[in-house]
Design a protein around this ligand. Sequence first.
Ligand SMILES: Nc1ncnc2c1ncn2[C@@H]1O[C@H](COP(=O)(O)OP(=O)(O)OP(=O)(O)O)[C@@H](O)[C@H]1O
Ligand SMILES: [Mg+2]
Length: 357
Amino acid sequence: MKFDFFTTSAPHVIGVDISSAFVKMVDLSADKAGYKLESYAIVPLAKAAMADGNIANLDSVVDAIRRALKQLGTREKSVALALPAAAVITKKVLMPAGMREEEMEVQVEAEAHQYIPFPLDEVNIDFQVLGPAPNNPEEEVEVLIAASRKERIEDRIAAAEAAGLKVVIMDVETYATEAAYTMISQQLPNGAAGQTVMIADIGASMMHVDVLHDNQSVYTSEQSFGGSQLTLEIQRRYGLTPEEAEIGKLRGGLPENYELDVLQPFVQTLATEVARAVQFFTSSTQYNHVDHIVLAGGCAAIPALSIAVQERTRANTVVANPFHGMKPGSAVKTRQIASDAPALLIACGLAMRSFSQ
Ligand SMILES: Nc1ncnc2c1ncn2[C@@H]1O[C@H](COP(=O)(O)OP(=O)(O)OP(=O)(O)O)[C@@H](O)[C@H]1O
Ligand SMILES: [Mg+2]
């Protein structure tokens, strides 16, 4: 296994996102015309299978991976996984230009000592040269170092291997989201050149925010907030089990007052949270506004959300579809894509690692 946060091309891999509530997989192929979405799968995880981005119940996770693979219907065994951003420490440092790879490795270790709060033999480290240092381009290069505790990585590999898979890439969720975002920026006016774009990924338990300016990440934040709050409210109001509440939420059949009394207030709360994230961003950075908001994560599939967010923030708001313009494979239910796509950003970005970018 290559521990490689920064690989940009690799042999064919399936993108596998092990999130708090689901195992999601995406299988892409590519030719001159662009990407093709061969298949994807979204399989729910048993309750408490994951805790804080860690695998809490290995058997449940392995079981969900197996079921997702079966849905995907592929023989491919190579996969790309990602670690949650919170499990990875990243740091930009300056180093003398013109160093050889081995010299750089030594230097990276020395630098890493200074800011990694664990013994170095307990961490995996990777680095990438970003380019000449802005303030001293002749003599220095800017290097991005990423480090994670080995156990965080090994846990995920163990789950994939127990399901018969081979992990060839270990990425970071934020980077995978940004890779998938390249498919979305194309859909924004002028390819979002020079624009400030906030990706708000609202999943089951977390809201991840990533702001890009001129298509480069300039800010990230996360907060504990998501669709499970709505599920809980449905349970409480109507005396349902978590499973019943989740089904009702996705397929309908809840009491008549659900839309007005439960869903609409939740949508307003979500819109307020996104607006607050915009405020935090503008007040803590040099940027004073956001041009576009890209809504991602399962909650982005709630029909009224984009209008509510647009009204609240006054930023052009779109729902993420990284598969826009991709030919769907014969196994893909095309009617389902638009509502499933927003939750598949990470899995899609991981699958894109198969192809040089
Ligand atoms: N069509 C829909 N309408 C309403 N809610 C939906 C819809 N589709 C998915 N959701 C909700 O979105 C949430 C799942 O989103 P997602 O798949 O992004 O979560 P996750 O990645 O597992 O969570 P996290 O990123 O927090 O770990 C669930 O709460 C689910 O009920
Ligand atoms: Mg997620």
